[in-house]
Design a protein around this ligand. Structure first.
Ligand code: PLP
Length: 421
């Protein structure tokens, strides 16, 4: 069956909860063992003191280690990306920092794609260096040969431990070819170093619907579940997915950092997952109509949207290989600069001026002064993040109302008309 058909029931046994059709919130810190022998057996598994017997499952112990809401949520998230296992976190940043802390050690080299999420960028550039991890940022458009040259030039190629990607990039929707990087860079260093290099993809921008990095050769997927997965702008949460061996390590560190999601937040996400597919389908459909409208607007210079990639371009080839949908994120350059951009933003009525993305309501923001304010100005220039760029996250409203709101906001931008006189 398709994942969307299983989001209401998978992994939940009503007979264990008085027949309740919906999974209750297991708002409990600890769980009662039937016998001392059972408690001993559960801890043997939890602490890896022995392997599981065939069919033996880890029993419920304590909500920092496991809890039914977390486990059912993890089982359901696994279905979308066909992952062995999943771990859910109290935020996307806790998912990201836990993965980086588990798989990097002093002396290692981390290679990451730019632009990356601001929080991730900060953790990489202001925390990892404190623990002696070397880092190298790569830029959009760099070829695999150029990336290999850059890695070799660091002098730490022998200690390359992980390549960390975000594709499509926020806010430009620039794509990196996940599989080509796996085959030509990750496998190359795994072979010559005789040590596995991990490929991690932050897949937040494509939710779990439009891109499946594990199938493209990635080892680890990370989500900010605050975005499409939560989808209602009412929770902060994160998730990591991968094979069993990797996830055992991630879950063990999560147990000791104690940054797992709470039962109530997990319960809210179970509710969100029931409508994930239908929400994201509608958001993508609306985004397509909005992008078409924007692409013809005379007050706009350029639209950055995956559904409008140039025919036959390298970017479109990557899109066809690795994405099954064009998403709900649309950025554009307004004619003018910050003044015109702010006039537009301040005139919107339905679309709310707020950061974040992937939710039922449409949101808008100004990357250079908001989400990307902390990015190195020289990098920003190279990445096309300028004063005139505006980023939209399209929601599930009626598309005519979204477009009407955009239309009236453009009419309120007087300065462009004056310029063209
Ligand atoms: C929001 C976001 C994050 C951080 O997630 P939080 O849930 O806010 O901690 C990481 N990566 C991307 C791409 C994001 O959009």
């Amino acid at each position: 069956m398709n994942p969307e058909s299983l989001m209401m029931t998978h992994g939940y046994k009503p007979e264990l909860s008085e027949g309740a059709v919906k999974c209750p919130v297991f708002q409990t810190s600890t769980f009662v063992f039937k016998t001392a022998e059972e408690g001993k057996a559960f801890f043997e598994i939890a602490y890896g003191l022995r392997d599981k017997e065939p069919k033996e499952e880890l029993g419920l112990i304590y909500s920092r280690i496991n809890n039914p809401n977390l486990e059912i949520l993890e089982n359901r998230l696994c279905l979308w990306d066909k992952a062995d296992d999943c771990a859910v976190f109290e935020s996307g940043m806790s998912a990201i920092s836990t993965v980086l802390l588990e798989f990097l050690k002093p002396g290692d080299l981390l290679v990451y794609s730019n632009p990356t999420y601001g929080g991730t960028d900060h953790f990489i550039n202001h925390f990892l260096d404190k623990i002696g991890v070397h880092t190298l940022g790569i830029l959009p458009g760099q070829t695999e040969e150029e990336i290999i040259d850059a890695i070799d030039a660091t002098g730490h190629a022998k200690n390359l431990a992980m390549i960390y990607l975000e594709t499509p990039a926020n806010p430009t929707n620039h794509l990196v070819d996940i599989n080509a990087l796996k085959v030509n860079v990750v496998d190359y260093y795994s072979k010559i170093n005789n040590k596995e290099v991990l490929l991690t993809v932050d897949n937040t921008y494509m939710g779990p619907i439009w891109q499946h990095p594990l199938a493209l050769g990635a080892d680890i997927i990370i989500y900010s579940a605050t975005k499409y997965i939560g989808g209602h702008s009412d929770v902060i949460a994160g998730a990591v997915l991968g094979n069993q061996e990797i996830m055992n390590r991630v879950k063990t560190l999560r147990t000791f950092l104690g940054n797992m999601i709470s039962p109530y937040t997990a319960w809210l996400l179970l509710r969100s997952l029931e409508t994930l597919k239908i929400r994201m389908d509608k958001q993508a459909e609306n985004a397509n109509k909005v992008a078409q409208y924007l692409s013809k607007h005379q007050k706009i210079e350029k639209v950055y949207y995956l559904g409008l990639l140039e025919n036959g371009s390298e970017q479109q080839k990557i899109f066809n290989k690795q994405c099954t949908g064009s998403g709900a994120m649309v950025s554009f350059d307004i004619k003018g600069g910050e003044k015109e951009a702010f006039e537009f933003l301040n005139a919107l009525k339905l679309i709310k001026l707020a950061v974040s993305l992937g939710s039922t309501e449409s949101l808008v923001q100004h990357p250079i002064t908001m989400t990307h304010a902390g990015v190195d100005p020289e990098h920003r220039q190279k990445l096309n993040i300028t004063d005139k760029m505006i980023r939209l996250s399209i929601g599930v409203e009626n598309h005519e109302d979204i477009i009407k709101d955009i239309k009236q906001a453009f009419e309120a931008v007087k300065s462009i008309k004056e310029m063209s006189h």
